[in-house]
Design a protein around this ligand. Structure first.
Ligand SMILES: O=C[C@H](O)[C@H](O)[C@H](O)COP(=O)(O)O
Length: 229
């Protein structure tokens, strides 16, 4: 289903010559692979990718998709389209992202995309975000204790994310820590994205509420339903 919904998004939205934001995760990777397949077989040309993580950059390199920085004059700080996954989506199409730790570059690309297409399975649709799947908060290491105190003052419960393959905390592509945050009762996601962002030492959060995405939802029947169009 992840593959099907990602293929649908690429086949529907990616056109020749586009600057495309390449998302991160087990669903978005299928969009990168589909773009690579279309380029290889001559169905797409002139695509330039902007990666949202080391992982998506490596996948694009493997497939021969040219990758540029958002700062590259050819990109000019904006992409035509970004395709990415999400951990949760609420009825207002607010998102939680960053389950795979890639939230900062994902947000930078999504918030600077002319169109942001999200690819999810139906199980990611929830009535509220912030109470179930934890909200990842990327924290500058020096600010850890201060940020944790500030999160507690907001009533949040937190866990510092640990990984496998290395002792100690997960370190992001930007050299920061990840704190997974849960609120005991529903919060206003738009307000909370702003409030968390104001804490000194918070680098970025996994609340994505200030962009209106098109959400492609893979249904168990195999069909894809589109929300937000
Ligand atoms: O950091 C990871 C990203 O935000 C992913 O797009 C998100 O976690 C969804 O990933 P998946 O498609 O693997 O569930």
């Amino acid at each position: 289903m992840k593959r099907r919904v990602a293929f649908h998004a690429v086949d529907t939205h990616v056109k020749d010559g586009m600057r495309v934001g390449l998302g991160t995760g087990s669903t978005a990777v299928w969009a990168i692979r589909r773009i690579g397949e279309h380029m290889r077989e001559g169905r797409l040309s002139g695509i330039v990718g902007v990666a949202t993580s080391f992982a998506s950059e490596m996948e694009a390199h493997r497939l021969g998709i040219p990758v540029r920085s958002l700062n590259d004059p050819e990109i000019g700080g904006e992409v035509d389209l970004a395709i990415d996954g999400a951990d949760e989506v609420d009825p207002a199409l607010h998102l939680v992202k960053g389950g795979g730790g890639a939230l900062f570059r994902e947000k930078l690309v999504a918030y600077n995309a002319r169109r942001f297409v999200v690819v999810v399975e139906e199980c990611k649709l929830v009535p509220h975000i912030g109470t179930g799947f934890p909200i990842p908060v990327e924290v500058v290491p020096e600010a850890r204790a201060c940020v944790l105190k500030a999160l507690e003052a907001l009533g949040a419960e937190w866990t510092i994310r640990h990984g496998s393959g290395k002792q100690g905390p997960v370190v992001t592509d930007n050299g920061n820590l990840l704190v997974d945050v849960r609120f005991p009762s529903p919060v206003d996601p738009e307000e909370m994205e702003i409030r968390l962002g104001l804490i000194p030492g918070v680098y970025e959060t996994g609340f994505f509420t200030r962009i209106r995405p098109t959400v492609c939802v893979g249904l168990p029947s195999g069909e894809v339903r589109t929300l937000g169009e």
